[in-house]
Design a protein around this ligand. Structure first.
Ligand code: ATP
Ligand code: ZN
Length: 293
């Protein structure tokens, strides 16, 4: 892409430098056609074919960088944005980095309900969200802020309980803890600054979002091709939850047609069984690179 004289037209996007969100975010950016050089060794990488530069930082810093307009966009967990209380706009919820912020205490210990936290100490890396939760529930608990390995705090007797991110729950189990209550459900989000943006940047964001939406829609869809008796076409049209009406083409065999269409992946198996019942054969499923609706 040609660069304009105004070098500031480049969109600056913050992503996690190294952690659970990094690979998925890079994969998504590559998936929408962005090309950039070695991001692992640099703090800032310029995209070769889109007016974007990536800033690679700790995830904790992303919401504030976006809030302050240092970056225009950021990919970060909802948990981090909520904890920092940053003033940003959430543009998209993305279905990776899914986790929850939960309270947990020793299995079969004396903390079983929210009220049992009264007078107890809770270790967490999320002091704001944890404090808010206890305040809302009228429980006085003492918060101990620690930055990592929160799950071993009860064993070290640093705290009676913890408030930490959970995905499978295996880490809790391995440490003899049971999950008691969820404070926040979280996933990765694309956030945008609330600072005023130039027209050029707004246009770039629109273009970026269009590519992202097309890519995500494509990931959730499959292209399906099949042959079927012509007489089954009305029934097949009813079965297929198609975005548009399917393409129906005649085949050399007079009574047969080829049908091509796009279906949502989560309905794939149900649709497939119904199609076979209507006499569809030679069903072929293909992944889709992107979709412009
Ligand atoms: P950084 O060095 O960037 O500060 P970090 O150690 O704080 O990294 P990671 O452990 O890489 O962060 O987690 C990044 C994000 O991944 C979390 O903020 C959360 O949104 C998401 N996540 C998903 N599942 C989990 C999980 N089981 N534990 C922790 N984070 C998770
Ligand atoms: Zn972090």
């Amino acid at each position: 892409m040609e660069r304009t004289a105004d070098s500031k037209t480049s969109l600056r996007i913050a992503i996690q430098k190294s952690g659970r969100l990094t690979d998925k975010t890079i994969e998504l950016l590559k998936g929408i056609g962005l090309r950039f050089d070695d991001y692992k060794r640099n703090l800032m990488v310029e995209c070769r074919n889109f007016d974007v530069e990536l800033l690679l930082i700790r995830d904790d810093d992303i919401p504030e960088y976006v809030q302050d307009g240092v970056c225009d966009l950021g990919f970060v967990g909802a948990n981090v944005t909520a904890e920092t209380g940053a003033n940003v706009t959430v543009l998209r919820d993305l279905d990776y980095g899914v986790c929850r912020l939960s309270l947990a205490a020793r299995k079969e210990g004396d903390i079983q309900t929210t009220e049992d936290f009264q007078g107890k100490t809770v270790a967490t890396s999320y002091p704001k969200l944890t404090r808010d939760y206890f305040e809302e529930n009228d429980v006085e608990a003492q918060i101990v802020t620690i930055s990592g390995a929160v799950e071993i705090a009860p064993r070290l007797e640093v705290a009676d309980a913890i408030c930490d991110l959970v995905s499978t729950g295996n880490t809790l189990k391995a440490n003899g803890l049971q999950e008691l209550d969820t404070i926040l459900e979280s996933e990765t989000q694309l956030i945008q600054t609330n600072k005023t943006l130039s027209e050029g940047k707004k246009q770039l964001i629109d273009k970026f979002l269009q590519r992202m939406d097309g890519h995500q829609q494509a990931e959730r869809s499959r292209y399906i091709m099949m042959n079927a008796p012509e007489s089954s076409v009305p029934k097949i049209k009813d079965i297929i939850p198609s975005l548009n009406s399917p393409t129906v083409m005649p085949l050399a065999d007079n009574n047969m047609v080829a049908i091509h269409t796009v279906i949502p992946i989560d309905e794939f198996w149900i649709v497939m069984e119904k199609l076979k019942k209507e006499g569809a054969t030679g069903i072929v499923i293909l992944p889709i690179e992107s979709m412009i609706l």
